[in-house]
Write a protein that binds this ligand. Structure first.
Ligand code: FES
Ligand code: FES
Length: 192
């Protein structure tokens, strides 16, 4: 093979290699999905990879880093936010499923429970606290609606606020600092 034929053959090889790369890139590039929802009272739009969790959309997409990532597996409750008034683990929920929803994070929350956490030292390092506070707000609302828990003694009667109810209903929120006595006291005060 002469020099000219060799160069033509090599450029064909390089060209097909580059085409392969661009086709592969096109094949794995995610299609972005539009998400419109309300976050802390503000209408918000994001274009997201549909595989992004609500937690990552809030933290990385909107800069709302008050919501914490602890386990990222639904086991610690650090990522708890309110969606349409109910508490969820945002690490377990895909952001794309929240089109039209109302999301409240710790940054948008205004509730007496926050002062009660301060009053009772319901935290130490504070990492779990945003999740604890959001969870506590929803927990008190669940109690107010009469939703029973595993420790409600009589399912025929409206459950009442007690330390046992608080501990059971807050059992999805882990505190590595062990600030549980202050957390329970704060919720008892705010719910009273
Ligand atoms: Fe979501 Fe732990 S980070 S439950
Ligand atoms: Fe440190 Fe709860 S205050 S993990």
């Amino acid at each position: 093979m002469g020099r000219r034929e060799f160069l033509i053959a090599m450029s064909a090889v390089v060209g097909s290699f580059a085409l392969g790369i661009s086709l592969a890139t096109a094949a794995i590039a995610p299609t972005l999905a539009p998400l419109e929802f309300t976050v802390n009272g503000r209408r918000t739009r994001l274009d997201l990879d549909p595989r992004v969790t609500l937690l990552d959309a809030l933290r990385e997409g909107l800069g709302l880093t008050g919501t914490k990532k602890g386990c990222d597996h639904g086991q610690c409750g650090a990522c708890t936010v309110l969606v349409n008034g109910r508490r969820i683990n945002s690490c377990l929920s895909l952001a794309a499923t929240h089109h039209g929803d109302e999301v409240v994070t710790i940054e948008g929350l205004q509730h007496p429970i926050q002062a009660a956490f301060l009053h009772h030292d319901g935290f130490q390092c504070g990492y779990c606290t945003p999740g604890q506070v959001c969870s506590a707000v929803a927990m008190l609302e669940e109690l107010r609606r009469g939703t029973p828990s595993y420790v409600t003694p009589d399912l025929q009667k409206t459950p009442v606020l007690s330390k046992a109810e608080v501990r059971e209903r807050m059992s999805g929120n882990i505190c590595r600092c062990g600030a549980y006595p202050g957390i329970v006291a704060a919720i008892m005060e705010a719910g009273a």
